[in-house]
Design a binder for this molecule. Structure first.
Ligand SMILES: NC(=O)c1ccc[n+]([C@@H]2O[C@H](COP(=O)([O-])OP(=O)(O)OC[C@H]3O[C@@H](n4cnc5c(N)ncnc54)[C@H](OP(=O)(O)O)[C@@H]3O)[C@@H](O)[C@H]2O)c1
Length: 234
């Protein structure tokens, strides 16, 4: 039986990256017990959290590593990255989908380039950048955007309590508050295409308790960007 006094436990997969570390800070601030997963060589990047979080080192697409990390977690936040040519993103997503406990909140990060229903409308500039980036990345065999697409396809098809948070371009800086979101890229509120990384992380953590985001793929933008402000006044 569940112990009502137990602190809620959250797993952050990809905890050592910039987004991951912001998520760890937000989760600790909210009183979660935090389990972080990162590559062995990146454990040092989590030194600021020594003795405050449990770190499970290992590749995030390793099913045993993920099974151990998500054990008894109420929520799992996963940074989906297209790095490498060995199905890192889809392997990571699949491991989380398979091993998280039934009913756990699963929140994944990716970019605007992911489309759930094909109804996103991209600017010519965005499309040109994505096409060039995708081709160069494939040529140098460092990044596999198609595998991030495959990861999200599997998430969208699952009957778990998932949310895929689609990030705009990112910048560093002080928080501007919780980003605003819309269902489709191309919606006017998103036109500014910029979010503070700290706020992206906040959106990921707060999504855990927002049931309206279950099985949604919100595209986000900074709350104080011109397009978000124009929409707020409309
Ligand atoms: N950057 C943007 O402008 C942007 C825009 C929209 C959406 N997003 C989304 O935001 C999320 C965070 O992205 P970010 O760019 O801000 O980076 P980030 O937070 O610094 O995270 C990068 C992650 O990739 C891992 N990584 C780096 N090289 C790797 C490799 N060769 N093999 C496996 N893992 C590797 C890092 O792990 P280590 O710590 O072990 O290196 C880290 O967990 C992603 O889901 C991304 O799709 C980013």
């Amino acid at each position: 039986m569940e112990n009502p006094a137990r602190r809620r436990r959250i797993c952050i997969v990809g905890a050592s990256g910039k987004l991951g570390r912001h998520m760890v800070r937000h989760a600790l601030d909210r009183g979660y017990e935090v389990v972080g997963v990162c590559r062995e060589k990146s454990v040092g990047k989590l030194a600021e959290f020594d003795n405050r979080i449990t770190v499970i080192p290992g590749p995030t697409n390793n099913r045993e590593v993920i099974a151990r990390a998500v054990h008894e977690c109420d929520a799992v936040l996963t940074v989906l990255v297209p790095w490498g040519m060995n199905h890192y993103a889809s392997g990571t997503a699949q491991a989380v989908l398979d091993h998280a406990r039934p009913g756990a909140r699963l929140v994944f990060s990716c970019g605007w380039h992911i489309s759930r229903d094909g109804k996103d409308v991209y600017s010519r500039r965005f499309k040109a950048y994505a096409a060039v980036f995708g081709k160069v990345a494939k040529l140098v065999r460092v990044v596999d955007v198609d595998d991030q697409v495959e990861a999200c396809r599997r998430i969208f098809a699952s009957d778990t309590r998932w949310t895929v948070v689609r990030g705009s371009d990112l910048e560093e800086g002080e928080s501007q508050g919780l980003p605003v979101w819309s269902r489709h890229v191309g919606d006017p509120v998103l036109a500014s295409n910029l979010t503070r990384r700290v706020d992206y992380a906040r959106f990921m953590v707060e999504a855990v308790d927002d049931d309206t985001l279950v099985q949604e793929a919100p595209a986000i933008v900074g709350r104080l960007t011109p397009s978000a402000l124009a929409h707020a006044q409309a």
